[in-house]
Design a protein around this ligand. Structure first.
Ligand SMILES: Cc1cc2nc3c(=O)[nH]c(=O)nc-3n(C[C@H](O)[C@H](O)[C@H](O)COP(=O)(O)O)c2cc1C
Length: 313
């Protein structure tokens, strides 16, 4: 089974990917958080730092572009090609208000005429430059029934893979995924399909397979993998239980690598607190300490609580 690591802006940067890949692995593709190419600059120096091959050696990375302008997409893609990438992804799912207001991400989905024109341009480019382009989409912006037209549109293009997060924009990341629409995709999409949404455990994957009457493969995992970094190994049967020593190493690698590149200290703590908001699911019974940790402001406070939790787990 193939497992893809979902892009999570602010979390799955190169520091995170390298620490994760070194300790846990079992990921067939990592998707980088979106970059938003503009007139002035297809890729900023900061984004380039995250994507350069030297910072991503030993892992298969797919950069993601977020735009509704085909010329911006193509300029970004050409820069990525020059960096050595042959596969990129288009974000058609971001639900953020500022992004959607500009007609990007999920905000692009209702403008089907413009979307078709955009796809005409980028898939012509894709063929001429040998660049594979996958799409990561929601079901629609206003309504899930928009998905039927979207599938017809996507079917007109050589979509490398279609990653479907079966929610609409106003769902953000909450509630149950609308699985019946993924079932529709399984029946009607011509390109390879990837399921994404709410897989937190082996049981969740098994339940999904039961729902769809087929083994979902590949799957893309996001929050489930952050919360339990050994989930990919469990799904691939490479690991039977959470390995605390490995988790501690993973934690320490991230904590120390962020200290090297971030300042002041509070920014490192914010980064770690964000990760703990996912990891806490694995540490039931430590609620009081987790609460303290999520308020820590100094390294000393943070470390005292973290190492107590990791010792007692
Ligand atoms: C904090 C956060 C940041 C995200 N950033 C991105 C992003 O940059 N690009 C993208 O396509 N999706 C992004 N997503 C969506 C995830 O890739 C994924 O589709 C979503 O979390 C659902 O999958 P999951 O239930 O396995 O987490 C983000 C989600 C979260 C929670």
């Amino acid at each position: 089974m193939k497992i893809y690591f979902a892009p999570l802006e602010g979390i799955t940067n190169y520091i995170f990917r390298n620490a994760y890949n070194g300790l846990y692995g079992n990921i067939d593709k990592y998707f980088a958080p979106f970059i938003s190419p503009s007139e002035k600059c297809p890729i900023t120096p900061r984004e380039r730092k995250d994507l350069i091959p030297e910072h991503n050696s030993g892992l298969y990375l797919v950069p993601q572009l977020l735009t509704c302008r085909s010329n911006h997409f193509i300029e970004g893609a050409q820069e990525l090609k020059a960096m050595g990438y042959n596969e990129i992804n288009l974000n058609l799912g971001c639900p953020s208000g500022t992004v959607c207001a500009k007609g990007k991400g999920a905000g692009f989905l209702p403008n089907t005429l413009e979307l078709e024109r955009f796809l005409d341009d980028i898939y012509s480019y894709s063929e001429s430059d040998g660049m594979k382009i996958s799409l990561k989409t929601r079901l629609g912006y206003f309504n899930h029934d928009e998905f039927y037209d979207l599938v017809d549109i996507f079917n007109k293009y050589p979509v490398h893979e279609l990653i479907v997060h079966p929610r609409i924009r106003s769902d953000f990341y909450k509630g149950e995924p609308r699985k019946e629409y993924f079932a529709y995709a399984l029946e009607h999409c011509k390109c390879p399909l990837v399921y994404n949404g709410n897989i937190y455990s082996v049981k969740d994957h098994e339940d999904m397979n039961g729902t769809f009457g087929t083994v979902l493969d590949p799957i893309m995992l996001g929050r489930g993998l952050i919360a339990d970094p050994s989930l990919a190994g469990k799904l691939k049967d490479a690991m039977s239980e959470t390995d605390l020593a490995k988790f501690r190493k993973f934690h320490d690698t991230l904590y120390h690598e962020y200290q090297k590149i971030m300042s002041p200290d509070i920014n490192v703590i914010y980064k770690m607190r964000e990760l703990w908001s996912y990891w806490q699911l694995q540490f039931e019974g430590n609620e009081r300490d987790i609460k303290k940790l999520l308020k820590a402001k100094k390294y000393s406070e943070y470390e005292e609580v973290v190492y107590r939790i990791l010792k007692s787990a």
